[in-house]
Design a protein around this ligand. Structure first.
Ligand SMILES: NC(=O)c1ccc[n+]([C@@H]2O[C@H](COP(=O)([O-])OP(=O)(O)OC[C@H]3O[C@@H](n4cnc5c(N)ncnc54)[C@H](OP(=O)(O)O)[C@@H]3O)[C@@H](O)[C@H]2O)c1
Length: 274
């Protein structure tokens, strides 16, 4: 496949970066969709989109910050329309499990006439090492609501491996692939696992969602971020559709999905939690 024919939008992010690495291992140099790349891709500047998509045959799309936020639907609609015009043959969209708003975006892609696969992911393990749960771990004080809700946390490496497989293999065209980890796990369990693997003392506090939201506001976290976190906790985490283990990682990759313990053991060795 030609160097310029695969685009990874969000190619510097948690799954996109791993998708890029794995495509490169196959001897293909993908184009990275990022504000830092050349050509640049910026969701907030449509003028950048044509150059980024020009000549692309297949693309992996991760929207930032989330397909549920206002404006996401319109952005996915415009991008999909442009992709069709420019002759993109296949789109793989990263979506969120249990997110009604994300399903609207999935439908835009699946009704576009472009070949597609949808990857519906549950919450990523890497949120604890590369995203919003890292700071509380580093501070040693982890205060979270819904301490005992069961969540099938999934590893970003597994998502990326599935994404590369379905991006390059047309046998998965038209499929919705649900990626979860191999077990349901709670925040309380997770903090214990990180405490053990990182050999650090972590204090865990089971708090109310209102307290968590108030805390974010006091820290002057931007309103749109607070809105998104509240939405994710109150709608996605508690959605029964999200509290199920699905074996699609194993179906696509022919091996078991990575457990949270395996992720934590590997991550502790990197020193990111020290
Ligand atoms: N995190 C989870 O647990 C989870 C679970 C299920 C689904 N998802 C879905 O996964 C998607 C990505 O979420 P994530 O948390 O994993 O984030 P992420 O991919 O780690 O986000 C960072 C990426 O977004 C890019 N980006 C940020 N603002 C941009 C802009 N204005 N224009 C172009 N690129 C921009 C960054 O590129 P540059 O900074 O280099 O420009 C970077 O590549 C979301 O749609 C989310 O709904 C996430």
């Amino acid at each position: 496949m030609n160097l310029e024919h695969i685009l990874v939008i969000g190619g510097t992010g948690k799954t996109g970066r791993r998708v890029v690495e794995q495509i490169k291992k196959r001897g293909i140099e993908p184009r990275i969709g990022s504000r830092q790349a050349s050509p640049c891709f910026d969701w907030d500047n449509k003028d950048t989109w044509v150059n980024a998509l020009n000549g692309v045959e297949r693309m992996y799309v991760t929207y930032y910050p989330d397909l549920a936020v206002p404006g996401a639907k319109e952005a996915i609609e415009s991008l999909t329309y442009l992709a069709k015009e420019l002759g993109v043959k296949k789109m793989v969209l990263l979506s969120g499990k249990g997110e009604t708003e994300a399903e609207v975006c999935e439908n835009i892609v699946s009704n576009s006439g472009i070949d597609y696969s949808i990857i519906r992911a549950s919450w990523f393990n890497q949120n604890w090492s590369e995203s919003f749960f890292l700071d509380p771990i580093l501070s040693g004080e982890v205060a979270l609501p819904m301490a005992d809700v069961l969540i099938p946390f999934v590893d970003a490496n597994d998502i990326a491996e599935v994404a590369v497989r379905v991006l390059l293999d047309d046998a998965y065209n038209g499929e919705i692939i649900e990626v979860t980890g191999p077990e349901l796990i709670t925040f309380r369990d997770i903090v214990k696992i990180i405490e053990k693997t990182s050999k650090r003392r972590l204090n865990f506090y089971d708090i109310k969602l209102e307290q968590y939201i108030d805390g974010m506001k006091k820290m002057q976290i931007p309103n749109d971020v607070v809105w998104l976190i509240e939405y994710l906790f109150s709608h996605v985490l508690t959605n029964p559709k999200n509290q199920l283990v699905v074996n699609d990682v194993e179906r696509v990759l022919g091996r078991k999905a990575k457990s949270f313990l395996e992720y934590a053991q590997e991550t502790a060795k990197t020193g990111v939690w020290n």
